[in-house]
Design a protein around this ligand. Structure first.
Ligand code: UN1
Length: 498
């Protein structure tokens, strides 16, 4: 362990150890002999220190003019452009997705950074007439204070950027708890904030478990907002914790997204989309295409082509540029995915078309590799149709008509993303209207959101908020309506208006 780097928490502009002195290891899921580093196993005292620093820093940061705040965010984002390759390499090493995709993850943080720099000079409120003479009305956004950010491992830099950049440009300060599987990516990002001159205390990282760090953060009286991306079960717990003292609470949770392939679709294009949507990021996206609903007229052609393509995917260490799919993020995630392969086969009685297990032998034994897996004959009552798997498993369900397809798309507790493949513009627009999700695609898979549009979902995916785009400002600000009466007399709204 002598040459393993120890990474520290960042609190009040200093790199510090957890008060307990404990650390945890971060290992490469493609090769568990590779220890990436040790990170602080923090607890409530560290959270308290970080929140105290963020509360103190907030007093000044909220008064820094927004364009000046944005100038710092611009420098940070420019630096990230230069550090992109290094950050991507570290990210593949710590969470396994292939290097092209980790470059995309860093790029998403860059895109969001530049977008939010623009908000330094926008953050538009509006002015509006008064019902009374000699009175001026306007509304402005105001920051909330200290924001607690609890971020996932599947987009280890992009999702932190979706939360950090809008929070900061609006004048909030931050305590971030990265996922225990991916602290290095958040460390790399925050190190740039430190080096580019963000004032001490404005951003703080505290690493550690959900129980020891997440829980004290979400229940801390001086935290005004929690923004969380992760599972629906944990989201429910966070929602309850935030309700006690009415914290702003933004939750981005599970998905069970479908691609609907109509009988007039370009089948080859739909196969390309399904392959990328289902097995990109090893299926570990909230937006993954985990249900494929296919019209009976094209189901045979679609299935044959997709299965052949899935069988040909090269699975391995994501640092190898020729690899198509990396490992599951950790052993427990792999076991969950393997258990769904069993559920599909045994309990659900679906037809296994390819894959169905762990990859073993040679280098595979060093990591958490699962096979690209497709089930056929899947019906809507099956668990593999209804439950989020978050791994390299997708399912094919037959439908007999457009209306039945739409019904199947909506037959899920979640509502993040959906898509239709069709050449019929009328069907495309009807599907756009009738599929109830936060994101919808036409002739593209369910993944691939861009940062200037709202990201989030309905039903058990979200709690009514969105990240990214202008909508992403709402989570981290409150409206203040301001009335300026320059009449010099008492004027009573709703009463003196005749
Ligand atoms: C996620 O899966 O949690 O739209 C985020 C996409 C990516 C973001 C996914 N831009 O698939």
């Amino acid at each position: 362990m002598a040459n393993v780097t120890e990474y520290k928490n960042y609190i009040n502009g200093e790199w510090v150890k957890a008060r307990s002195g404990q650390t945890f290891e971060n290992r490469n899921p493609a090769n568990t002999n590779d220890v990436i580093g040790v990170f602080q196993n923090s607890g409530v005292e560290d959270v308290n220190d970080a929140v105290a620093a963020a509360s103190e820093a907030y007093k000044k940061w909220r008064l820094v003019p927004a364009p000046k705040r944005a100038e710092i965010l611009l420098r940070i984002t420019d630096r990230l452009v230069k550090e992109k390759e290094r950050c991507a390499q570290d990210m593949t090493r710590e969470m396994g997705k292939i290097i092209k995709e980790t470059r995309g993850d860093v790029q998403e943080a860059i895109d969001l950074g530049y977008y939010m720099v623009g908000e330094g000079r926008r953050q538009f409120g509006y002015t509006t007439p008064s019902e009374l003479p000699n009175k001026f009305n306007m509304c402005v956004r105001q920051p909330l204070g200290v924001c607690g950010l609890i971020t996932p491992w599947n987009f280890p830099m992009a999702i932190p950027s979706w939360k950090m950049m809008p929070a900061l440009v609006l004048g909030n300060t931050i305590v971030i708890k990265p996922a225990t599987d991916t602290p290095l990516s958040v460390y790399n990002y925050v190190k740039i904030f430190d080096e580019e001159g963000l004032p001490p205390g404005v951003v703080n990282i505290v690493t550690g478990s959900g129980r020891n760090v997440g829980e004290p953060l979400m229940t801390h009286k001086d935290v005004s907002c929690i923004s969380f991306t992760g599972s629906t079960d944990i989201g429910r717990r966070i929602s309850e914790a935030c309700a006690v003292d009415f914290k702003h609470c933004h939750l981005e949770m599970g998905g069970k997204n479908c691609i609907f392939v109509m009988n007039d679709a370009d089948v080859d294009l739909a196969v390309d989309g399904a392959l990328w949507g289902a097995f990109g990021t090893t299926g570990q996206r909230c937006t993954a295409s985990s249900r494929l609903i296919v019209h009976k007229d094209v189901i045979k052609e679609f299935t044959d082509k997709l299965v052949a393509r899935a069988r040909a995917l090269k699975v391995g260490n994501g640092l190898d540029e020729s690899v198509d799919m990396g490992p599951a993020v950790n052993e427990s995630q792999m076991n969950t995915v393997l258990s769904y392969m069993d559920i599909g086969r045994n309990q659900d009685g679906a037809k296994l078309l390819c894959g169905g297990g762990r990859l073993t032998g040679g280098d595979y034994d060093k990591g958490w590799f699962t096979m690209p897996t497709i089930f056929g004959d899947v019906t809507s009552d099956m668990r593999i149709f209804q439950e989020e798997i978050f791994g390299s498993v997708t399912s094919i369900t037959e439908c007999g008509s457009f209306d039945e397809g739409i019904e199947l798309c909506n037959n899920t507790a979640y509502g993040l993303s959906a898509s239709i493949y069709t050449k019929d513009i009328n069907k495309a627009f009807a599907a756009m209207r009738d599929v109830y999700t936060g994101i919808f695609y036409v002739n593209a898979p369910t993944i691939g959101a861009e940062v200037h549009l709202p990201f989030g979902g309905v039903k058990e995916t979200g709690n009514g908020h969105r990240e990214a785009g202008i909508a992403g400002l709402d989570v981290f600000s409150e409206w203040k309506s301001i009335y300026v009466d320059f009449s010099g007399t008492i004027q009573r709204a709703q009463i003196d208006n005749n």
